[in-house]
Write a protein that binds this ligand. Structure first.
Ligand SMILES: Cc1cc2nc3c(=O)[nH]c(=O)nc-3n(C[C@H](O)[C@H](O)[C@H](O)COP(=O)(O)OP(=O)(O)OC[C@H]3O[C@@H](n4cnc5c(N)ncnc54)[C@H](O)[C@@H]3O)c2cc1C
Length: 440
């Protein structure tokens, strides 16, 4: 038995019997609390978790999902298109919201492998709850961790990590999606801050958020060098949600169109440096793509969860469906797609965690992990529907929901086409070739 076994057994025992509010966050982190180092992409003193730590976290997340996000809830969230708002505090009490955040602010400081682990298992239970979770914990909280100053972290992180407050990130606009740098939102300087004007489109958690990280042009003539990130309090005068959007999938992850009509934002709420928003955005996008790539992993597992028992129980021609080789072929493909995608995602996350003293975040790896996983997850969702036949097409079964949820990951956080472009450009950069094909 390994040295950590008694502690792990105790943790799992507590997880099974406890209510969410009594889950011992400290038990998960205690083992590496003494092993401390420095990193720019991780909280101060971060130490990469061991495989045993990650296994323990996975079991805890599975237990949480079993108790708090049963299939009935996932189906109801999908049908009603309403996020269960009580989930924020439950996820906060379980420690999931601040997985990558500093313990000083209530986080777990466990890094990106851990964040992917929680994201994968929450997505397995409900793609849409997990998408909202990622917008809050990665797009908002982790961006604040990476770019916020001490005062901003102390002001915003505790409420967000506990689940008292909801966070979002807004870069996309109607006319600026893939070409996000062409955004029109402006931020004009005033005597004590900035006035933001414009609209943002497709913002996850937008209708519920208390704080939104908003990108705006502080020097519109300077293109990508004139953009700044701001932390916007949604209670400010002039901020409104124009509409909550009705979606194909990820229903219940509330997505909104936001209007900022001369919203005053104090200078203290600039995230990162003035006119350096592109850097904040691009660095954030790499880690965002990595953590979001665990969403399709969970959806592939969910597809297997629904398909495997069904094809072993249902008989046609007097034998279980799973005895037909054409069905076996689909099962084999689904399983292999999940395993290959998971190996890609976790190897990239491990490299970032373990190289934490000088982490090299490879754009092509973060884009590649989500590009591959997202397309495979949609295929797995389609295969699940096909294996279930007529029942696969019924909304009372989760197969259709899984496929609809998976498709989002080919669009959000940059489309598959943009990810391929990003990977291609990374090679061009290595070979010193510009977009037009000219050598730099
Ligand atoms: C459910 C959901 C949640 C979202 N959440 C957020 C959020 O929280 N915050 C946020 O800021 N944004 C969010 N988005 C926005 C998302 O990031 C954009 O939708 C995405 O970047 C694509 O932009 P677009 O929709 O404008 O598509 P477009 O850019 O109009 O693209 C349309 C098609 O053209 C292709 N295309 C575009 N340019 C090229 C090119 N150069 N070469 C080849 N093909 C190209 C695209 O790949 C795509 O297939 C969300 C979107 C959805 C659907």
């Amino acid at each position: 038995m390994s040295a950590i076994a008694p502690c792990r057994a105790a943790l799992l025992q507590i997880s099974r019997s406890a209510t969410v509010s009594t889950l011992p966050r400290s038990a998960v982190t205690s083992r590496w609390v003494q092993r401390r180092n420095a990193s720019t992409k991780h909280p101060k003193g971060f130490v990469p978790p061991s495989q045993a730590d990650l296994d323990e976290l996975r079991e805890r997340t599975i237990e949480f999902a079993r108790r708090e996000i049963p299939n009935e809830l996932a189906q109801q969230v999908d049908h009603s298109n309403e996020f269960p708002n009580e989930m924020w505090k439950k996820m906060g009490e379980a420690g999931f919201l601040g997985i990558t955040a500093d313990e000083d602010y209530g986080g777990l400081a466990m890094g990106y492998q851990a964040h992917c682990t929680v994201m994968e298992e929450l997505s397995r239970a409900s793609g849409s709850i997990a998408l909202s979770y990622a917008a809050h914990s990665q797009l908002c909280i982790n961006q604040l961790m990476l770019n916020g100053n001490d005062e901003q972290k102390a002001r915003f992180l505790p409420g967000l990590i506990s689940g008292e407050k909801v966070g979002a990130l807004a870069m996309s606009e109607h006319s600026a999606g893939s070409d996000v740098v062409s955004m029109k939102m402006t931020a004009k300087e005033t005597s004590d801050g900035y006035t933001l004007s414009g609209t943002k489109m497709w913002i996850t958690n937008g209708p519920d958020a208390h704080y939104v990280i908003v990108y705006a042009k502080t020097d519109p003539d300077a293109g990508s060098k004139g953009m700044t990130a701001f932390i916007v309090d949604t209670s400010a005068s002039g901020f409104s949600v124009a509409r909550k959007l009705d979606k194909l999938g990820m229903r219940g992850s509330n997505t909104g169109e936001l209007v900022l009509d001369n919203v005053h934002v104090p200078k203290e709420n600039i995230l990162g440096q003035l006119n350096k928003g592109t850097r904040v955005l691009m660095e954030g996008l790499d880690l965002e793509r990595l953590v979001l790539s665990a969403g399709p992993l969970g959806l592939m597992k969910a597809a297997l969860d629904v398909t495997l028992p069904y094809v072993h129980e249902r008989k046609q021609f007097d034998v279980p469906l799973a005895s037909f080789q054409l069905v076996q072929g689909k099962l084999a493909d689904m399983y292999t797609k999940h395993r290959a995608s998971a190996a890609f995602t976790y190897s990239v996350a491990r490299a970032i965690d373990e190289g934490h003293e000088a982490p090299e975040i490879r754009t092509q790896d973060c884009a590649g992990a989500i590009l591959y996983a997202a397309e495979r997850a949609t295929e797995c969702g389609m295969d699940a529907i096909q294996c279930l036949g007529g029942m696969g097409y019924m909304n009372e079964m989760p197969a259709g929901r899984i496929m609809r949820d998976a498709k989002l990951y080919e669009i959000g956080a940059g489309t598959s086409e943009v990810r391929r472009m990003v990977i291609g450009r990374a090679f061009n950069k290595e070979f010193g070739v510009t977009r037009a094909g000219l050598t730099v």
